[in-house]
Ligand binder design. Sequence first.
Ligand code: 48H
Length: 256
Amino acid sequence: MEEKISASIVATFFKKLQDYLSVDVAIVGAGPSGLVAARDLALAGKKVALFERRLAPGGGIWGGGMLFNEIVFQQEAAAILDEMEIAYADAGDGYITADSVLVASALIYRARQAGAVIFNSVSVEDIVCRHEAVCGVVVNWTSVTRLAMHVDPLVIMAKAVLDGTGHPSEIIHLASKKAGMSLDTPTGAVMGEKPMWMEKGEASTVENTKRLYPGLYASGMAANNAMGGFRMGPIFGGMLQSGKKVARLILDDLNE
Ligand code: 48H
């Protein structure tokens, strides 16, 4: 029995990894925007790999606001929750609330169920660029990077790479600072996130969601950081809408 259990894990994991060494879309970060994008892209028939540094995907959803595990959305986001059969309650004045554990687990499940494969406990530490386009990500186990072990990474090639890493926007920083790319921002560089302004931050998250360089896209807080948008605190409608928008942009480009 012991051999059977270990052999089953090793065989299925390595098949999964081998199948996903080359993908249509590599998504970095399984927060709300990355998970929504992963689901829509997979439903559209694209091969999607999602890399998440932490053991548990879900990003900033689990903790609600200041660890109070309820999430607030604008009424406009209700259609996205309905689509995924996520229950919510009316909070009045155009807002709704939902249990953050339900939202996190449902977004993860819907992305995976649609066919996106999630590689958790994996950190993206670099990008691959060829012919003036981003075309892959460099990955290693989070435990390896956290322990600063001197271990070389592996590479996943992708037709499109999405930075869904939230506030730190790690991938666009790599593109700008390490690869020296001029991004499609007002200055060509990462503009930097602005302080709290809920109304503006929510609206700008969706506006700022875009392709920043051939093959490189940003969603959620990474998009706001790239374009100099305001932060908006514990309201998540813009994150879901950003995931939807970036999936459409990537699909349009891949289907061209
Ligand atoms: C692999 C990585 C790497 C890496 C990071 O922060 P997230 O929840 O992302 P968004 O942008 O979809 O949602 C933002 C939202 O949660 C939030 O923070 C809000 C609304 N803030 C407003 C405010 O004012 O504070 O998730 C990003 C995910 C996390 O799970 C990271 O662990 C992961 O990306 N990640 N995964 N490789 N290099 N970097």
